[in-house]
Write a protein that binds this ligand. Structure first.
Ligand code: SF4
Length: 403
């Protein structure tokens, strides 16, 4: 029997947007439409030349993210996906996601072409159901366009639809957030991502943060806890801090990031974790196009990480998921005892931040709110254990391995 090829996800970064939102610090460029054709050609060439390195992999997820992938236009998107389908072994049931903004996804005929070409999951950047809130953060769409885009997507036979929402927007009250969330659920998506607004340095929103009427941390935390309860009551399972899905609709691509699955990214700023190497391309559109054309270096960073050294990542990412950490997997994969975490995890249980269910350790919704502190505590426990064992080994005392 032939061995099953290892799975691989592909991430395609589309760094174009119609205009820049006030809170955005992603690598995306407004007013660069004239570079779309050259960029598409560069992506296609890069995908084709990388394909031989993935000849022993089965691509089971493809994700077009951005930026605004839908803004690239149907023809270019199809061209890129066709290269992937031709040059890579793509699983028949692969999840193929397109991120789209409601203002560039309302044409059902365009969506039908994309659906026919192979895209089977659509992720719409709704963000809010309130037009005033949308305008305040510089979004170029309205709620009416969200409704049109959802209708168009359904008509085009997209049966896996996700909506992105943001809570903690300027001047947003608890009631206004609840209304947005409720309006989103009424649209019947299979998946919802709800992110708390982060005001990133260097963005226009950061510059006016003191007068923007931003809800405080406590108000944001209440919005989050309400979200978890509301979505649970409406049939959505929480599978990650910010992600909720109807049963069977968790994003398989995003789960790769949180479970140390392999993925190869393409485009400026795209990250990869492939073949034991983690690497990222420079956030430079022109540099990327030139680099592909002339085979010049395009990497911003690259690091080979031995499998046994991925324990900290495994902890950090696993604690973001509702499934949490399986001690047996940790012990088999990293050849270390999980018991070093137990005193700290017991403290977390007493504080209502963590639970053990069916032998797995996971955070509660309240724990997700302070996940950075909990992850810090876990990593401290791991570092302390490693230090203790290194000291014991230096003394020639190997009994510590047996505890
Ligand atoms: S559409 Fe998305 S990527 Fe583009 S500017 Fe707005 S937040 Fe950033």
């Amino acid at each position: 029997m032939k061995p099953t090829p290892a799975p691989l996800g592909l991430y395609i970064h589309i760094p174009f947007c119609k205009s820049k939102c006030a809170y955005c610090d992603f690598y995306s460029l407004p007013r660069s439409e004239d570079r779309m054709d050259d960029y598409t050609d560069a992506l296609c060439a890069h995908l084709a030349e990388t394909a031989p390195f993935a000849s022993d992999r089965l691509v089971d997820t493809v994700y077009f993210g951005g930026g605004t992938p839908s803004y690239l236009g149907v023809k270019r998107l199809e061209k890129i996906l066709k290269v992937i389908l031709k040059k890579y072994k793509v699983a028949k049931d692969a999840e193929i996601t397109l991120e789209a903004n409601p203002d560039s996804a309302g044409d059902w005929k365009a969506l039908r072409s994309l659906r026919k070409c192979g895209f089977n999951r659509l992720s719409l950047g709704m963000q809010s159901a309130d037009d005033a809130e949308l305008a305040e953060i510089g979004r170029v769409h309205t709620m009416a366009q969200v409704t049109d885009a959802v209708e168009a997507a359904r008509k085009a036979k997209f049966e896996n639809l996700s909506l992105d929402l943001i809570y903690g927007l300027p001047r947003q009250t608890a009631e206004r957030w609840q209304a947005s969330l409720s309006a989103a659920a009424d649209l019947g998506p299979e998946h919802l991502s709800c992110y708390g607004l982060k005001v990133e340095e260097g963005t226009p929103l950061f510059a006016r943060r003191d007068t923007a009427g931003l809800p405080g941390d406590e108000a944001q935390a209440d919005m989050y806890l309400y979200t978890v309860e509301f979505l649970r009551a409406h049939g959505y399972e929480q599978y990650e801090i910010s992600n909720f899905a109807k049963p069977g609709f968790a994003s398989r691509h995003n789960l790769k990031y949180w479970t140390l699955g392999e993925y190869a990214g393409f485009g400026p700023g795209a990250h990869s974790d492939f073949g034991g190497v983690r690497y990222a391309y420079e956030k430079d559109l022109e540099g990327y196009i030139r680099g592909v054309r002339s085979h010049a270096p395009m990497l911003a960073e690259s690091e080979r990480i031995p499998p046994l050294d991925r324990d900290t990542e495994w902890i950090m990412l696993g604690l973001r998921t509702a499934a949490g950490l399986d001690p047996k997997v940790f012990e088999n994969r990293f050849r270390r005892r999980f018991s070093c975490f137990l005193p700290f995890l017991d403290q977390c249980v007493r504080a209502g931040y963590a639970e053990e269910t069916d032998g797995r350790w996971h955070l509660t919704p309240r724990g997700f709110l302070v996940s950075n502190q909990i992850i810090g505590g876990m990593l401290d426990a791991l570092a302390e254990d490693k230090r203790r064992r290194a000291e014991a080994a230096a003394r020639g005392d190997f009994r510590v391995e047996l505890d």
